[in-house]
Design a protein around this ligand. Structure first.
Ligand code: NBP
Length: 484
């Protein structure tokens, strides 16, 4: 068999099939393989009919068709399936060949797999691929990390098939070593949870607070999509609100209000806890899905505690404008937190993350794509090591401009009993981060009182710890110090 194929792709479900067709469109010859091999024939004879795609019925046949260094991409269910395929591939590939995992793998698995595959003399890439079915077919956002030496070999393929922004700039660049690509993809998904929750809260406020119909809200989202909120999620929300069921009534009203999740939002929050970084907005977005899933309990509680009058009083147009500003400000907070998390992870795992490049990778192709990410890119272009997005002059001005409306919306929602966990946690974080002095002095005193955990003093240098015998009955021995 003549080795003529550029890359092999294993996993012929929705993502794998569409990525293969996308690669084929860009002139690459792809070998397709799947655990259930009947799906190979099915794909080659249907979706891939008339293309250069070659079907393989065994890993040995697949490998024999590949040019060197061989590039094999897995697009299978994250977890055990990836480890099993790696093991099988190590048996048929050679040193210098490259294994790529394009699924939603946990970054810690990718760190482990990179080390393992490298120990066998091969190279490994763990890459985030975002954009769903449409993105995979027409141009996803691709976030690769792993063995740096592998990048030059996959770069031409990945950058060719990725989404483009501006003057043909690919939404794909090298993210960093080890699990960096999957970490950035995980954070992307967490931010996606946050953006979705924020949009839902804006919808809830308009629906229950202002009594607006889906058609009226469709018009609002249409307008929002022309300004600073211009984004894929606002665009699809606009279209969802206009969609009618077969009987001509709005479909959105017929959809059961219980949300599911697959885990990447949860992983982001778990990692933030490990790292001591407040990802409060994403956490609320994850918990909001959990609350939504408690439908039976909610129905019971609503009978007892239903808010009497959730309607806002005042000018509806002004309220819609206030809600837009609250959404924009909260979104700035969410991205500020997301970047704080990636910065901490980069420090912890020794990755050299390109913050502006990440904003560019998210600028097109993926679910959180938005005009707003262009402003984030500009902020990092001006100051690559920006500590906190809020301190960038553009975002500083934007937040200040929204503050009044943001407070008004959160305060009124609280008074009226409309839940706005993401809007309000964003505001609470903002008020926390701008407080020079927080009540943690009292907290430290409490900890020292009951557990001899010690405290630092405002009138002594940092790093010097004190213990007080608060009751007169405690001993002199302090607990070992820890800070999180
Ligand atoms: P799925 O996540 O549904 O996975 C289906 C593929 O995994 C099939 O090829 C299946 O083979 C294979 N597979 C399974 Br399931 N268990 C296996 C095992 N134990 N050993 C070997 N192969 C196994 O497909 P997908 O939705 O296309 O997603 C692929 C990856 O991309 C996932 O990691 C997903 O999280 C990620 N992702 C998905 C999206 C999306 O919008 N769907 C977006 C971005 C990333 P079979 O045909 O033999 O059962």
């Amino acid at each position: 068999m003549e080795p003529k194929a550029d890359i092999a792709l294993i996993g012929l479900a929705v993502m794998g099939q569409n990525l293969i067709l996308n690669m084929n469109d860009h002139g690459f010859t792809v070998v397709a393989y799947n655990r259930t091999t009947s799906k190979v024939d099915d794909f080659v004879n249907n979706e891939a009919k008339g293309t250069k795609v070659i079907g393989a019925h065994s890993l040995a046949e697949m490998v024999a068709l590949l040019k060197r260094p061989r590039r094999v991409m897995l697009m299978v269910k994250a977890g055990k399936a990836v480890d099993e395929f790696i093991e099988q591939l190590l048996g048929v590939l050679e040193p210098g060949d490259i294994i790529i995992d394009g699924g939603n793998s946990l970054f810690e698995d990718t760190i482990r797999r990179t080390k393992y595959v490298e120990s066998k003399g091969l190279l490994y890439i763990g890459t985030g691929v975002s954009g769903g079915e449409e993105g995979a077919r027409r141009g996803p956002s691709i976030m690769p990390g792993g063995s740096p030496a592998a990048w030059e070999h996959v770069k031409p393929i990945f950058q060719a098939i990725s989404a483009k922004v501006g003057e043909n700039v690919p939404c794909c660049d090298w993210v960093g070593e080890g699990g960096a690509g999957h970490y950035v993809k995980m954070t992307h998904n967490g931010i996606e949870y946050g953006d979705m929750q924020l949009t839902c809260e804006a919808y809830h406020l308009m629906k229950d607070g202002l009594g607006m119909t889906p058609d009226e809200m469709h018009e609002v989202f249409k307008e929002w999509n022309t300004g600073e909120l211009d984004s894929y999620l606002v665009e699809i929300t606009r279209d969802i609100l206009a969609k009618k069921d077969d009987d001509g009534t709005p479909l959105v009203d017929k959809i059961l209000d219980t949300a599911g999740q697959k885990g990447t939002g949860k992983w982001t929050v778990i990692s933030s806890q490990d790292m001591g970084i407040p990802i409060t907005l994403i956490a609320e977005a994850v918990y909001s899905r959990c609350v939504s899933a408690m439908k039976d309990q909610r129905v019971q509680a609503a009978k007892v505690f239903k808010p009497k009058n959730p309607k806002f009083s005042g000018d509806r147009k002004q309220w819609v404008n206030d809600i837009r500003q609250a959404l924009y400000a909260s979104k700035i907070i969410s991205y500020t937190q997301g970047y704080m998390l990636m910065r901490a992870a980069a420090k912890q795992y020794g990755w050299n993350l390109n913050n502006g490049g990440i904003a560019l990778m998210w600028r097109g192709g993926c679910i959180i794509r938005s005009a707003f990410l262009g402003d984030i890119k500009k902020a990092f272009d001006k100051k690559p090591n920006l500590d906190n997005l809020l301190l960038d002059p553009f975002f500083k001005k934007a937040i200040k401009g929204c503050a009044r409306s943001w407070r008004k919306v959160v305060a009124t929602a609280v008074k009226k009993g409309i839940p706005v966990p993401a809007f309000s946690t964003a505001l609470a974080f903002f008020d926390g981060i701008r407080s020079e002095r927080l009540p943690a002095n009292l907290l430290q005193a409490q900890r020292d009182y009951f557990g001899a955990h010690t405290y630092e003093r405002v009138d002594k240098p940092r790093g010097e710890f004190f213990h007080t015998n608060w009751t007169g009955t405690g001993g002199r021995v302090a607990s070992s110090t820890y800070t999180v």
